[in-house]
Ligand binder design. Structure first.
Ligand code: NAP
Length: 248
């Protein structure tokens, strides 16, 4: 176990699987008390046990990012139970596909509601807790799609571009309060999200990666861990690509 996050409390949204799970475990290894989030408590049983197994402590919170009231209630319980928040990884997200000519208003709303509005609200509540101690680090999950786009991903790419804009603006607002805000922009990472792609889409994505392979969730987790830690104490308002040099 390293000491990078010893004594800190870190919330990781979407900690039930993929990048969020790997980040939660990396934070627990680094000594943080981790607040694990997913839509249902049952989704987090395994990861809570794994945290316990490495000698860590966790608190579970549940909410659907599309419903703002749930986010507020979860942050209240973090304050009530743990009394502080030092780090927040806004990782939970969904990918919707649909060509511009076909995409429905409902699908656009769902994608922006979850990926963008949910991230902004989570940053808002996180900042309220962090400013009490005049310190904190927020890491938002964007995507290479947020700056490069791809056919069929209009709503998803827009939501992830929005996350970049929100990160940069919040970083400027919160810097005087000692709170750093950065984003991580993964390329193609092996998780349930990319496993849902067709063989053709997968081959197309892999062919664009100069390092010749998909990324692992743990590799993204290490980037988030660095940005959360005091090793990144002078870094804010940055978007860190973790994409094996993917040229989309
Ligand atoms: N995988 C990639 O190649 C890739 C590339 C670029 C960016 N990203 C971004 O990285 C993040 C994690 O991706 P991943 O691949 O690890 O995804 P994943 O394996 O599909 O996991 C998604 C996580 O988000 C949670 N979630 C989904 N919809 C939610 C909602 N409406 N409210 C609350 N929680 C919700 C899920 O929780 P439940 O257990 O409740 O379902 C789950 O924990 C996402 O923001 C994604 O856009 C991923």
């Amino acid at each position: 176990m390293s000491e990078d996050l010893a004594g800190k409390v870190v919330l990781i949204t979407g900690a039930s699987r993929g990048i969020g799970r790997a980040t939660a475990l990396a934070c627990a290894h680094a000594g943080a008390v981790v607040v694990l989030h997913a839509r249902a408590r049952t989704h987090l049983e395994d990861v809570s046990e794994q945290v316990l197994g490495i000698g860590g402590k966790s608190l579970v919170v549940t909410f659907d990012l599309s419903f703002p009231e749930g986010i507020a209630t979860a942050y209240e319980s973090i304050f009530r139970v743990l009394g502080r928040l030092d780090g927040c990884v806004n990782n939970a997200g969904m990918m919707t596909s649909g060509l511009l000519g076909m995409i429905s208003a409902k699908s656009i709303q769902e994608t922006l509601g979850c990926n963008l509005q949910g991230t902004i609200l989570s940053m808002q509540y996180a900042a309220r807790l962090m400013r009490r101690r005049k310190q904190g680090s927020i890491v938002n999950l964007s995507s290479i799609m947020g700056t490069r786009g791809a056919p069929g991903l209009v709503a998803y790419a827009a939501s992830k571009a929005g996350v970049v804009g929100a990160t940069l603006a919040a970083a400027k607002e919160l810097a005087p309060e000692g709170i750093r805000v950065n984003a991580v922009a993964p390329g193609f990472i092996e998780t349930d999200m990319t496993r849902a792609l067709s063989a053709e889409q997968r081959a197309q994505s892999l062919s664009q990666i100069r390092m010749g392979r998909a990324g692992r969730a743990e590799e993204v987790a290490q980037a988030a861990l660095f940005l959360l830690s005091d090793r990144a104490s002078y870094i804010s308002g940055q978007v860190l690509g973790v994409d094996g040099l993917m040229c989309v």
